[in-house]
Every structure is written in structure tokens, then in C-alpha cells.
Ligand binder design. Structure first.
Ligand code: PS7
Ligand code: MN
Ligand code: MN
Ligand code: MN
Ligand code: MN
Ligand code: MN
Length: 366
């Protein structure tokens, strides 16, 4: 029967479900609702990438330890008994790496097509993360992406590849078309929409931990209303000065450039969602996408984003979960948030015209 291979009663799989709840704020519920095999397969994919991301995020690890761990994580994931106990005590998900052997064992029970897809994506993501870490270690370079193209590349490694891998798994399950796994452009866009929203919202948390993801082209250059010397200056004036005039306003223009850059991926994401046939897969992809659009609208022109960790209200999230059921409804949700953003844009913002165009494109899609 179905339960014999789904492993619902294996202690190792039970522990993996525990870890999914412990490590995921946003994905746990939608992953568990996936149909058939897919719930377990995507749960394991999530845990492998969560383990890899825990290593990437750990700023207490020296490059000499971190670099090979990231580059070889796909091999470790196939080595029975591998665990990593060297994460700093403050890493919130360090226990997952301590008990990583349960994930490795469950990967071993997966059909080969699924396992190979998960391992191939993990290898590419680990190499990409390591490349960016190496640049941050290099004293001659400023940490973080230089240009917007560079920012797109980083986001491709940590999120576009997740979209690519998920599409491969959906196709391999037979629940989605075999063509879906080949739509790399569209699945990349879904990942970039989510990742760029997360990077924009998490400004303060990331800067406080000395993690810099905003592209220098946006925060240092005048074109997008920037001109700051360091990311920190957007929330705290440089040492020895009182708050400079215009800092708040320029920070707002940089923030609006970040929201605008994320909005670029909205229509491709709608195209991706339109290709899906399975209801449980649709919900899994659409709910994080509408949450991202709500989060972008919350961030836009919101000075609180620079000082605290802002989140959409529980009632808004609950309503989005209920409404994100089909492509037309989801496009209306996108349009609703695009209209709110457009209505709050100021003509004095250097990004004003580009914002109008981006919102207009979403409007046109519907
Ligand atoms: C396998 C579901 C649906 C075609 C661990 C889902 C961190 C935003 O670090 O935890 O706490 O600020 O809030 C997810 C495309 C990836 C991109 C990426 C794997 C959508 C490791 C999610 C998630 C592709 C790198 C979590 C990208 O944010 O971040 C699975 C289609 C992991 C998806 C990271 C971020 C995800 C993220 P943090 P969060
Ligand atoms: Mn998280
Ligand atoms: Mn992270
Ligand atoms: Mn990370
Ligand atoms: Mn985090
Ligand atoms: Mn984040």
C-alpha cells in the first residue's frame, strides 16, 4: 500500500517532519499538503537546502571550513552518518546538522530520479554560495553583490535553483507536465520574486549580522536615489555626524528601487503558475507568491522596515491562503498589491516612472 513506501511510520521520517516544523516558518504547512509522494520528497529537499543555508549563514565559521563544506554538501548528503556539530551555538537550525544522518537515511529511500535532482541542485547551490562567500572574505572587495546582474546571480543560486529543482520534482512525480522542468526562466523568476522580497524585508536583521545582499549599484549610486557609503548609513548616520538631511528620503528611494527590482519578476511568476495542473502543487507555489506581493506592498515607502522586522498581519496571511486557489484569482491579488504600491509612489522618487511601468505590466497581464 501507499504507506509502505511513504515511510510515515519510520522513526527517521518522523524526525524529518519534526525538523520541517522546527525550521520552516512559511513552508511547513504547504509542503505537508502536497499530494502523494511529493510531500515527503519536497520535505527532504527543503531539509537538505535548510542544512546548506545554515552553513552559509554561520558567520562564526572561517572560510577555510565553510568553503569545502558548502562545495561538498551534496556528497555529504549521500554519506551515511555524516553530521556537522561545528555550527555556532546561536545558529537556530544547528540541531538539523547535528542530526543530519536522519535526512541522509531518508534520501537513500527515495526513488533515484528524485534523489538525483535534489543532489544536482544542492551541488550547484553550494558552489554558488561558496563563490559569493569567497568574495566577501577578500578584503579588497566590499561584501555583497556589486551590480543588479550580480544580485540576480546570487539570487539564482539560493532561490532560482530551488525553483528549478522543484519543477524537476513536480515533473518527475507525473503530477505536472514533463515540460515544466524545462521552464528554467519561469521557475527562476518564481525563486527570485520570493528571495528578493525576503532580502528587502530582512534589511535590518541582515545588516545587524553583517550580511549584505542589496546590490551596491542600487544603494551607492544616484540613479536609484542612493549615494550611501555603507548600507548601515540608511538606518544610522555615519559616526561623528548627526543625522544628515535627506537621509530618510534617500533611504526611501533605495527601498523603492529594491521593491521595483523584485516586481520585475511578478509577471513571469504568474506565467509559471498558469502552467500548473495539480491543485496541491498550485497552492504550494501560489501561497508564497501572494505572500511575497503582500510583503512588497508592506515594505514600500515604509520607514519602519529600516528599524524593525516587519511582517504582514496574520489576518492578511490567512485571507491570502484561502484566496490563492487559481491563476485568475492570484493575478487579481497581484494586481491589488500592485495598485496599492502605485498609489503610494511619489513623483519625486527617481524610480517613479519605472514603478508605474512595472505596475502597469501586472495590470496588463490580468
Ligand atoms: C525546497 C520548498 C515554487 C517554482 C532552505 C521556494 C534561504 C526565500 O534565511 O527561510 O530565514 O531569511 O524566510 C525551499 C519557486 C533554500 C524559493 C532561500 C527551500 C520558488 C535555501 C525559496 C528553501 C522557490 C536558501 C526561504 C527561497 O526563506 O529565509 C523548498 C517555485 C531553502 C523557492 C534560502 C529562501 C527561502 C527562500 P531566511 P526564509
Ligand atoms: Mn526562515
Ligand atoms: Mn538563511
Ligand atoms: Mn543564507
Ligand atoms: Mn535567517
Ligand atoms: Mn532573510
Amino acid at each position: 500500500n501507499e504507506h509502505a513506501t511513504s515511510g510515515w511510520d519510520r522513526p527517521t521520517m518522523r524526525r524529518c517532519w519534526d525538523f520541517l516544523d522546527m525550521t520552516s516558518r512559511s513552508f511547513s504547512a504547504v509542503i505537508k499538503e502536497l499530494e502523494g509522494d511529493l510531500a515527503r520528497v519536497v520535505c527532504l529537499f527543503y531539509l537538505v537546502l535548510r542544512g546548506l543555508d545554515t552553513i552559509e549563514d554561520d558567520m562564526t565559521l572561517p572560510g577555510s571550513v565553510k568553503d569545502p563544506l558548502l562545495r561538498n554538501f551534496h556528497k555529504h548528503s549521500l554519506t551515511p552518518g555524516f553530521s556537522f556539530t561545528g555550527s555556532g551555538p546561536d545558529e537556530k537550525d544547528r540541531q538539523l546538522l547535528v542530526e543530519y544522518p536522519v535526512v541522509i537515511e531518508e534520501l537513500g529511500y527515495l526513488p533515484e530520479a528524485y534523489r538525483n535532482a535534489i543532489i544536482a541542485i544542492t551541488e550547484k547551490m553550494g558552489a554558488g554560495m561558496a563563490d559569493f562567500c569567497a568574495r566577501a572574505e577578500d578584503e579588497k572587495q566590499v561584501a555583497g553583490p556589486e551590480t543588479i546582474a550580480d544580485y540576480d546571480l546570487y539570487c539564482h543560486y539560493v532561490a532560482g535553483l530551488v525553483g528549478e529543482g522543484l519543477s524537476l520534482l513536480f515533473s518527475a512525480s507525473g503530477k505536472e507536465s514533463p515540460h515544466l522542468g524545462a521552464q528554467l526562466e519561469l521557475s527562476n523568476s518564481m525563486g527570485l520574486l520570493l528571495q528578493k522580497t525576503n532580502i528587502t524585508r530582512d534589511f535590518r536583521e541582515d545588516v545587524d549580522e553583517r550580511r549584505y545582499f542589496w546590490p551596491r549599484e542600487i544603494w551607492a549610486g544616484a540613479q536609484y536615489g542612493g549615494g550611501f557609503g555603507r548600507m548601515e548609513e540608511m538606518c544610522t548616520p555615519p559616526e561623528g555626524t548627526v543625522s544628515l538631511p535627506g537621509v530618510r528620503e534617500r533611504a526611501a528611494w533605495v527601498q523603492s528601487a529594491m521593491v521595483l527590482d523584485a516586481l520585475r519578476h511578478a509577471t513571469d511568476s504568474l506565467d509559471y503558475l498558469r502552467m500548473l495542473k495539480n491543485q496541491s502543487v498550485f497552492n504550494f507555489c501560489a501561497i508564497p507568491a501572494t505572500m511575497a506581493m503582500a510583503t512588497l506592498e508592506l515594505c514600500f515607502m515604509n520607514p519602519r522596515m529600516f528599524t524593525t522586522n516587519i511582517k504582514i498581519r496574520k489576518a492578511v496571511a490567512a485571507s491570502l491562503i484561502m484566496r490563492s486557489t487559481n491563476p485568475r484569482e492570484v493575478s487579481y491579488i497581484f494586481r491589488e498589491f500592485a495598485r496599492k504600491i502605485h498609489a503610494r509612489a511619489l513623483p519625486s522618487d527617481p524610480n517613479f516612472i519605472r514603478i508605474s511601468v512595472a505596475c502597469g505590466k501586472i495590470e496588463q497581464w490580468c
